[in-house]
Ligand binder design. Structure first.
Ligand code: PEP
Ligand code: MN
Length: 338
């Protein structure tokens, strides 16, 4: 449920409603727009004498929120959220470009890639130190050592950094070394991990689960925000469908749907959704046209020798070309690139 206050409502009127709701044993969430204040209510509504609320001074109307996610809901928070990570702001008028290897393989490799993506205009370095691989015999990541290289690369280039976490232990390490954590598709409904990410104090990129609906995904975001961490960014990375021509099917319509349902920023990952480097560029451009706040793109110095996801990784040259070609798309979408 939300209580919409009249435009220019006095702060005493807002305080009176908030106290009334809190005294009834529920929690409030205030969203103060330029003119209108919205008071979101979380908790057992049966405890709240709703009829009394409309008679409070400066209350315009009381609206039911039927969706089970509240804090992630645009009705609770009509203004778009921006998320600060390192020295970047996601969800602003700048298109956020996160680029880097699927996995951190060595210090030299990461440094080389960090410098190349920075030169091409990326503001964020991605790199996996904990790799959730389908086969237990595939490269599993350098773990803390990889995180240290991420920190080193950030120091040298000024790029913000993001790394996937797969456990509480990984979160504890990531907090020391990177600017943002990622919950991968395979863990989108690992509710214990979501709660721990919510308590980490770091901004969180939440990837869409392989078979998750948008509602399930937003409920997963709610888990993180409900722990007191409002800095959540959603990442569409393709879903499983009957189609086998691409690794996954990029659900681009998720972008406008999410823009309607939530205030959280959205990033599109054309690498994991297509699984093939040649489709990355067209889908990146389409994502910009669809209204994404940013892109996550895998880049490798030598994709044919990559320890994971080589076939979908762009060479430096291809990434540079993509960045050049993206500029007019970003301009049309009203965003600056880099
Ligand atoms: C990744 O970003 O490296 C990754 C494993 O992605 P996803 O969780 O989307 O598969
Ligand atoms: Mn990958």
């Amino acid at each position: 449920m939300i209580i919409v206050m009249k435009p220019g409502a006095a702060s005493q009127s807002i305080d009176a409603v908030v106290s009334f709701v809190k005294n009834s044993g529920l929690q409030t969430h205030l969203s103060q727009g330029e003119e209108v204040t919205i008071i979101g209510i979380v908790g057992d509504k049966s405890k709240l004498p709703t009829d009394n609320l409309v008679s409070f001074k400066d209350v315009d109307r009381v609206v039911a929120v039927t969706e089970s996610y509240k804090l992630a809901n645009k009705k609770f928070h009509p203004e778009a959220t921006t998320v600060k990570a390192g020295n970047t702001i996601i969800g602003s008028d700048t298109m956020t470009i996160m680029a880097g290897p699927c996995a951190v393989e060595s210090e030299e490799q990461l440094m080389l890639i960090a410098q190349a993506v920075k030169k091409a205009g990326a503001t964020f370095l991605r790199g996996g130190a904990y790799k959730p691989r389908t086969s237990p015999y595939s490269f599993q990541g350098l773990e803390t050592e990889g995180l240290r290289y991420m920190q080193q690369a950030a120091k040298e280039t000024g790029l913000a950094t993001i790394c996937e976490v797969v456990s509480q232990e990984a979160i504890e390490s990531a907090v020391k070394y990177v600017d943002m954590i990622q919950i991968g598709a395979r863990n989108m409904q690992n509710f214990i991990l979501l709660k721990e990410a919510g308590r980490s104090g770091l901004p969180v990129l939440l990837k869409r689960g392989l078979c998750a609906t948008i509602d399930e995904w937003l409920n997963a975001a709610e888990y993180i925000i409900a722990e007191g961490n409002p800095n959540v960014v959603l990442c569409e990375r393709g879903i499983r469908t009957f189609e086998t021509a691409t690794r996954n099917t990029l659900d681009l319509s998720a972008v406008p749907v999410l823009k309607e349902k939530t205030h959280l920023p959205i990033i599109v990952d054309p690498s994991h959704s297509t699984g093939a480097y040649k489709y990355v560029s067209p889908m990146a451009k389409a994502a910009v046209a669809a209204g994404t706040d940013g892109l996550m793109i895998e880049v490798h110095d030598n994709p044919s020798c990559a320890l994971s996801d080589g076939p979908q990784s762009l060479t430096f040259e291809k990434f540079h070309k993509l960045m050049d070609e993206l500029a007019p798309f970003c301009e049309l979408a009203g965003r600056r690139l880099g």
